[in-house]
Each structure stands twice: as C-alpha cells, then as structure tokens.
Design a protein around this ligand. Sequence first.
Ligand SMILES: [Zn+2]
Length: 429
Amino acid sequence: MSKNISSDYEKRISNQIYGLCSDCNRSKTFWGWCKNCNSKLFQKSFNCWTSGNEIIDQTIQDTQLNARNKREVIEWIPFDRFRNIQYLAQDGRIRSYCDDEKKQLDRKVYKLNEEDYKIAKNKDTRSPLQENEKTGFPIVLKKLNNSSNIHDGLLNEWNNFLKIIHSSMDNYSDSIRLYGITQDPVTLDYMIVMEYMSYGSLRSNLMVKKYNPIDKFINLLLIARSLSTLHKCNLIHGDFHSGNLLLQSQKYAYISDFGLCRPADNSNNSNEIYGVLPYIAPEVLRGNPYTKSADIYSFGIVMWEMTSGVPAFYNLPHDLILSLEICHGLRPKIVKGTEFDYVELMEKCWDPDPNKRPTADDLIESFKVMRSKYHSNYDRVQVPENESIIEFHPLSCYTSRKFDFSTILNEILIHSNLISSESLGSVLS
Ligand SMILES: [Zn+2]
C-alpha cells in the first residue's frame, strides 16, 4: 500500500482533530478512540480466544492492533452467541441475532420484540431465543465457500472487505459493518458476521424507487462513493448488480459481496466469465478482462432499473442471443420522463467503448449536482399493489453464474462483421 501521501483522515489525526489521549498523550485516531492504547488492550486478550485457525487468528489480531476507530475492529465471535438462526431464501445468507455480551464495540443493541420470539418457535430455527434473552442486534452470516478447509485464497472476500472498510474512512464513504468471523460447529464452515440490512436488496425495492424518483440521486451518490473507494483500493467489484446493493433504509445504500473482487491489474487468468448477464459489459462477454469500466457499465444498468422499477431484461431469456444483442448495442429502453442529464450519464456508463465511460469519481460529481438540482421536500409515494407483480421470463436468471460462450460469441460477431463489411464494400464499389 502506498503510504507516501497521507489521506485526509490521517491528516485529521495528526492535526489532533479528535483530541489527545489522556493516558498516552498521543493524538486520538477517532472520537473517543486511541489506537495506541486500544491495541495494547486488544493484545492483552489475545490469549483469551482462538478461532482454531492460525491464518484467521492472525488476520483478526492484525486488524485489532491497527484499528483507528470502532468500525475497523473485528473479532472472533463464538457460534453460541447467535440466536434465532434462520436461513434466508437467497444465496445462503443467514439472519440471526447476536447477544450483547461485548458492549465496548458500541453496537446498537435492540430490544427484541414479539416477532423474534415467534420466529424462535419456528421448527427450522436453530438456537431459539430463551425467555430471559431480551436484547440483541440483528446480523447476517455469510459462508466463505468451502471454508472448513481454509487457505489464503478463500480469505479473499474477507480481506477485500477489510481493505474497503479501512479506506472508506479515507474517502468519506461508508460500508456495511463487518463484525467478525465465526464457525458453524456442525458444518465447520467459517462465516463472515455482517451488519443486517433491514430493507434488503435494491432489486427488491426497484418499484419503490420508480415511485419515489428523488431516492435515486441520494442512493446512487452513496453507491458511487463506495464504488470509488473500491476502485481506489485498486480493486474491481466484478459482480455489480442491484441484488448486491443493500439498503439499510430507503436512503442508505451499500455495496456488498466482495467475493469476486480482484486486483484491477490482475488480468483475467481463467477465461471464465461470471456474473448476472444483463449487467455484464459487452467487452467482458467477448472475453476481455473485467475492468473498473466494466463495473461502471453495470452501474449504468442499475441506474436504468431505478427509473423503470424492474430488473433489466427481466422479460428475455438470459442466453447467447441476448449476449449477442448486447454486443450489437442493445440497451434497456429509456423510460419516458427521465431527467435528461440522468439519461446522458446513464448512456455514457453503458457506452460500448470502455474508455468513454465515466469514472466512479465522475459519477460522484454528477450525482452531487443532480441531488441539489432535483432535491425537494416530497411525500413518499406507496407502490400500487398491482404494480409489483412482474412476470419474469423463465430463462432469465438473476443469480451470479458462470458463462462459457465468449469463444462462440466472438466467432459469430467476427463472422457477422465480415458479412456486413463485405456488403458495405459492394455498396461502395
Ligand atoms: Zn492513548
């Protein structure tokens, strides 16, 4: 990591914006947080816990020693601290409650309501709540693939997450909180413990956005900030779509799922394309490496979804033909009434030439302008009941998956180009 230029955050620390620590007399690294004193405290407790895995222990210890504020702290969380463990329908996420044993990390602790006890009575619930357990906070557990057999590569998502949290402070952006790591005692899978986003994914809220068009400027500014942080870490997301954008409220949106993040300079070594078809940039479909500009293409598709209220190409099969059409320039149809500067930006994002697409920082600037231009006091509009029913094409697929047709796709495209240039040639002669 380059340390030559200190970030604004580091400057704020050295300018003693957060004050001096009364114990060690050094600059505090955040409000109420002294990195120097807290790392010593953490170090003292290193022999009180272990994950049973050296690499995981080391990662947790490193972050505790280097944490400049509460958000950067992670811990080993024994599985028996979770209650009401429930599998969410999609993508293997698990919703649960964590007890409030360690209050020093200043998490919001909620009083558990009747609904929580109702869930506890459900037969599928593991570790149901006991009558005397009255508080906790909702979390989500995410399995690290095949992680009972851990090695460096499997820690990719975890390490990217840490990197992004660390540089979020430097970039005035925010990220989903990462609380730590745990292990299921039955399956031995290691799991990331994350903040629970009560509004779910942006995809499940698209209609709300259509009916409340001002939301998009606020949501997209935050998402662009997170994307810029990610790109400044020299990472690319690689699987950016509305199902991976999570809402804490209708205002706060975050990027999640950093499992496919990879270094921007790491060219595609596997030839594998992975993702959700409508969001994959045409050059990636054709087998070119995934780049920051490919993330921007996906961002443009999400922009469109916020105006239409439906996922892009939901009514088409997500197959080779759709890929071909995307390579030939097919894009979602602009929704009538969309603000002209918004349309202009969206079209730049999905430009077939990756070099013509804006950067994440350009997006931030544009959304700042649009937010102040279009922002006004407004009453939220309810989505009419009959609006929310969408008939998805049976061959559409919004779960990330592997595609292996870039070779055949290129053959067809080269062939069709030959034909069109030949016919063009005959016209010219
Ligand atoms: Zn101190």
